[in-house]
Design a protein around this ligand. Structure first.
Ligand SMILES: [Zn+2]
Ligand SMILES: [Zn+2]
Length: 333
């Protein structure tokens, strides 16, 4: 079978490997789709810390090929989604505090979504709701990140939000925050097509930060107070820095986008101090996957799926992603 391997910075290959043999408690899945995530590109470009060889791809959907001994929840032919995060150790201080996503001895070995087959523990797999096509199911993982980010933002009814970045994560945040009760949401995004899509998906206002004054727009939208929550989903240094100006006193800033490791963001200490700001980061966790699966049928995902490539052309897909073409790029495995 074919499987993508990153051997080091800039060196991605589609390797030929044996199809894994099914093991007790595990399920062999014929992968249908795996979507490209920003971190796949960051790993390839060397700006996201991993150990090599690295098996990219973690936004997957597929069909069960064979269920191992003792598997009770899945059978051959089931349509499924899964997240191939590596297991936490269960023993370290963070695992014992219930924070397995911070596990000290977690390797990043699992992943490997860009492959024809995956062998996965039963507990990491979810049945895809009937109404959801396999293409859309591949977005369960980014949707789980959006759910986690909205949890951290503690959105209240009638909250006013600014979402910076109208890419896939920004557009998922937009939809989840609406469901969670936000009633005024501005999306800041330089790309016209993405702004239009944000409008269609329920943004109350859109701003082109290159042509308009974002701070002024936010002020006029909020009678000078600033928004309750800023969700930064672009990973842009300047946007992170500006967010302390745009949020109201006592408001929250959630950093969902990834600024490359090593890049510094300089924030006004005085603004954070005097406005009593809360700033949170969002790291993937295991606790929002089920809720993301539950949300799949009620979120609009189809408009986000703009491009498809076959697995041997993964690098072309990554290049298209880098050129910011479309919204979400699916790899047909
Ligand atoms: Zn991702
Ligand atoms: Zn641990």
């Amino acid at each position: 079978m074919k499987k993508a391997v990153i051997y080091g910075k800039g060196n991605l290959q589609i390797a030929e490997m044996e199809v894994p043999r099914v093991e007790p408690g595990k399920v062999l899945i014929r992968t249908s789709f795996c979507a490209i995530c920003g971190t796949d590109l960051h790993v390839l470009e060397g700006s996201f810390p991993v150990s090599f060889p690295y098996f990219p791809g973690h936004e997957c959907s597929g069909i069960v090929a064979e269920a191992g001994e003792g598997v009770t929840m899945f059978k051959k032919g089931d349509r499924v989604v899964w997240i191939p995060y590596a297991d936490p150790c269960g023993k370290c201080v963070f695992c014992r505090m219930g924070r397995g996503n911070f596990c000290l001895s977690r390797t990043r070995a699992e992943l490997g979504g860009f492959a024809e087959y995956a062998l996965m523990e039963e507990r990491k797999i979810y049945l895809l709701p009937d109404a959801v096509p396999l293409e859309e199911g591949a977005l369960m993982e980014p949707l789980s990140i959006a759910v986690h980010a909205i949890d951290l933002a503690e959105i209240k009814t009638a909250d006013r939000l600014l979402i910076i970045g109208g890419g896939a994560i920004g557009l998922l945040l937009l939809q989840v925050s609406r469901i969670s009760g936000a009633t005024a949401i501005i999306v800041s995004e330089p790309d016209e097509q993405r702004r239009r899509l944000a409008k269609e998906l329920g943004a109350h206002g859109v701003v082109d930060p290159r042509a308009e004054n974002l701070a002024k727009t936010v002020q006029s939208w909020t009678a000078g107070f600033g928004v309750d929550v800023v969700l930064e989903a672009a990973g842009v240094v300047e946007a992170c820095e500006q967010s302390v100006e745009l949020v109201r006193r006592g408001g929250k800033i959630i950093f969902v986008g990834v600024v490359p490791q090593g890049r510094k963001v300089s924030l006004s200490h005085f603004d954070i101090f005097s406005k009593e700001l809360v700033i949170k980061g969002v790291s993937p966790n295991f606790l929002t996957h089920q809720r993301a699966v539950n949300l799949l049928p009620v979120i609009s995902l189809k408009p986000l799926l703009t491009h498809q490539y076959d697995l041997p052309h993964l690098v072309e897909g990554l290049q298209a992603f880098k050129r910011r073409e479309g919204i979400k790029i699916l790899i047909r495995c």
